[in-house]
Design a protein around this ligand. Structure first.
Ligand code: NAD
Ligand code: DAU
Length: 348
């Protein structure tokens, strides 16, 4: 893996992975970061890398659906590996405006696979970043394993499921070396504040209402983003080609518990104001999956991975980061994000 193309490297997880590769891993090659810079893409997320590694890092603003632009990038940089993060990632947006999810998540992935097919001889690996949401919703017990049938419930998860199938099919049909990872909910620095954890942290800091969908008892499995990055790199290096790996934090929590813990920690480190009183139950998300829980034992047993952060340590680091990075918050809030939120949530 000498020349890695990272798609969506200005988003939350992609930017964390670029920082991880340069600052924490044994990777010594070059990275080309291709990002369309949608509302969720922010080049500032990798500002330190641009300064520290100008010879090994290139950013190109492009759409993964643009075959001509992507073909040129492939050849100009002799890309031998792809780590594919670029996606429309927010479930609520997919319910309101699914079109871009179909374009980017399905057509964009197909476009990349077609380009890989053409340069197959030099190609080392296509790693596809996916989600546990492709498996649908669990009842009170049980876990998603790599053999759980796909049952996506939102336009977002259906588009990710379609892309997973394409990646797997290109491995089987054209012998493209691929790996796929299906991960649970990430949290950490640079997380765009439309998602539960950063939204609640920012609103709690500003003493605004804390919107909780439905009864607040939906369960997610939370993983600190740096643990996800270590898992991806382990799979890219040592994972079986054609294989799928589930990644999870072993950290199932209801939404109301997550929100209450954030309130308590902010009360503790800023000023006790009983922020729990800001919790506001709002209309439920249509088709809202009740419970996700991941069995990561394949990844742990085969590749020796385990999460390093507990929810307590990870959420404290995350809250501290949002308190200390007011400039980033101001920049993000001035973008298109706020107008979308204002349009869809009249209580804000
Ligand atoms: P994000 O929304 O923060 O970032 C997505 C990035 O992709 C942005 O920088 C955006 O500009 C870019 N992008 C969007 N459309 C593009 C296009 N057509 N061409 C080029 N770039 C484009 O998302 P994230 O939370 O960092 O998620 C990254 C990946 O991880 C996604 O594939 C998502 O499905 C998957 N995932 C996310 C989570 C999570 O909890 N956030 C969990 C499991 C899997
Ligand atoms: O499970 C992995 C998935 O996790 C990723 O594939 C997605 O890209 C990522 O966005 C995330 O999806 P979720 O829908 O689980 O994340 P979100 O932060 O949007 O919501 C988490 C839970 O909190 C979910 O049950 C809905 C609820 N929620 C969300 C928001 C934004 C609220 O109660 N209030 C809110 O305001």
């Amino acid at each position: 893996m000498k020349n890695i193309l990272i798609t969506g490297g200005c988003g939350f997880i992609g930017s964390a992975f670029i920082r991880f590769l340069f600052l924490e891993s044994d990777f010594s090659g070059k990275i080309v970061n291709v990002d369309k810079l949608t509302y969720a893409g922010n080049p500032y997320n990798v500002a330190d890398i641009i300064e520290k590694f100008p010879k090994r890092y290139t950013f190109i603003k492009a759409d993964i659906c643009d075959h001509i632009a992507m073909s040129k990038i492939f050849e100009d940089f002799q890309i031998d590996t792809i780590c594919h993060f670029a996606a429309e990632s927010h479930v609520d947006r997919s319910i309101v405006e699914p079109d871009s999810f179909i374009q980017t998540n399905i057509i964009g992935t197909f476009n990349l696979l077609e380009l890989v097919k053409k340069s197959k001889n030099r190609f080392v690996l296509f790693h596809h970043i996916s989600t546990d949401e492709v498996y649908g919703s669990l009842g009170e017990s049980g876990y998603f394993t790599e053999d759980t049938p796909y049952r996506p419930n939102s336009p977002y998860s259906a588009s990710k499921a379609a892309s997973d199938h394409l990646v797997r099919a290109y491995h089987k049909t054209y012998d493209i070396p691929v790996t796929i990872s299906n991960c649970s909910n990430n949290y950490g620095p640079f997380h765009f504040p439309e998602k539960l954890i950063p939204l609640i942290i920012l609103n709690a800091l500003e003493e605004k209402p804390l919107p909780v969908y439905g009864d607040g008892k939906n369960i997610r499995d939370w993983l600190y983003v740096e643990d996800h990055c270590r898992a991806i790199w382990a799979i890219m290096k040592y994972g079986a080609r054609g294989g799928t790996y589930n990644i999870g934090g072993c950290c199932e929590m209801s939404n109301i518990d997550v929100v209450s813990i954030i309130c308590d920690i902010i009360d503790e480190i800023i000023l006790p104001k009983n922020r729990r009183k800001l919790i506001t139950f709002v209309k439920d998300r249509p088709g809202h999956d009740r419970r996700y829980a991941i069995d990561s034992s394949k990844l742990c047993n085969e590749l020796g991975w385990a999460p390093k952060e507990s929810f307590n340590t990870g959420i404290r680091k995350t809250i501290k980061w949002y308190i200390e990075n007011k400039e980033w918050i101001a920049q993000v809030k001035s973008g298109e994000y706020m107008s979308w939120v204002n349009k869809h949530y009249n209580f804000k």
